[in-house]
Design a protein around this ligand. Sequence first.
Ligand SMILES: NC(=O)c1ccc[n+]([C@@H]2O[C@H](COP(=O)([O-])OP(=O)(O)OC[C@H]3O[C@@H](n4cnc5c(N)ncnc54)[C@H](OP(=O)(O)O)[C@@H]3O)[C@@H](O)[C@H]2O)c1
Length: 256
Amino acid sequence: MDTTQLFSLKGRTALITGGSRGIGRMIAEGFLAQGARVYISARKAAACDQTAKELSAFGHCVSLPADVSTVEGAQGLVDAYAKHEGSLDILVNNAGAAWGAPYAEFPESGWDKVVDLNLKTPFFLTQALTPMLKKAATDHLSKVINIASIDGISVNPQETYSYAASKAGLIQLTRRMALRLAQERIVVSAIAPGAFASDMNKDARDHGDEVKGRIPAGRIGTPEDMAGAAIYLASRAGDYVMGSTLIVDGGVTHAR
Ligand SMILES: NC(=O)c1ccc[n+]([C@@H]2O[C@H](COP(=O)([O-])OP(=O)(O)OC[C@H]3O[C@@H](n4cnc5c(N)ncnc54)[C@H](OP(=O)(O)O)[C@@H]3O)[C@@H](O)[C@H]2O)c1
């Protein structure tokens, strides 16, 4: 067995929503290091362009700014991507939002914003990109990786009702879509991250010392932890992982 190319993404194309910072950026950097051509997307064009510029030090990285929270916005991203590439090997549905509010005051806006972006968008963006993913699935399989959360598996005490529901829904959607898309040589899986430093997880970013006390591994996740999981699922190494959600949380879920 030759395992030297098992994790290679050489010659593959990847589209990562929410790639301008945080977890999406960690995955983008990992994919570039493995030889993929990477397209990152986010709403704030200047930040997305700047990240693509910085990541270009590691390979071919292009910024495609878009708001993917609506079906029209997602289609805009597909159209922009199609100007660069004729097929797509790897889609990472990573862009996400969270909202916390006490139960009695939880607003409809905090429901729709979160559930639209975290749950509806992965479905419709994948649907729109399926012809491109099918086209890439020639001598290898194409991949869709959904970024869920451990909050979709076990209950976070914070009052993030729409977030918890969206991530649990995404985990089940991953299973359902995996069954359908296996027929097209497209493998669908998910990652459930624990604590990674980001704008969304300010606790992990700004109070890492406090947060790490609640993590069996004794630390928050690093870019290598996230990149390693994503590279595994995206490459030949992860071809037989279908519909599953890989928990990458330093043991938190088992300790909650
Ligand atoms: N960090 C953690 O500890 C953690 C744990 C579990 C799960 N996750 C999940 O990991 C994913 C990434 O989270 P993160 O922590 O890296 O968050 P983050 O730092 O807030 O990054 C979110 C990314 O998504 C983009 N984005 C937000 N809304 C968008 C929209 N409507 N259209 C397009 N792009 C949009 C943001 O850029 P713009 O603002 O410019 O659009 C940014 O690039 C999310 O799905 C999150 O739920 C994170």
